[in-house]
Design a binder for this molecule. Sequence first.
Ligand code: FES
Length: 89
Amino acid sequence: MNPSKTIIVCINHRANPDVPSCGARGGEAIAQCIESVIAAHALVVGVERFKCLGMCDLGPNIKLSPSGNFYHHVSLEGLPELVQQLSTD
Ligand code: FES
């Protein structure tokens, strides 16, 4: 079944530590966690790794498509519950 929703995860990593980036704040681990939760629960939601969603100061960021809803300051804590919620909302 093709997912009708996709969780877009910013994994952009900037080399300059003075410039914020989601990748420097755990974006890769967040993407891996989301992928694991989707697989473990056979959720019908896609995941896409993306390089910069344009809200770097608020990262780590994820965005739900097609609604366009943003989630900022995402952390691993509570992420499995959020992923399950997003897949059913
Ligand atoms: S680096 Fe993640 S939104 Fe720009």
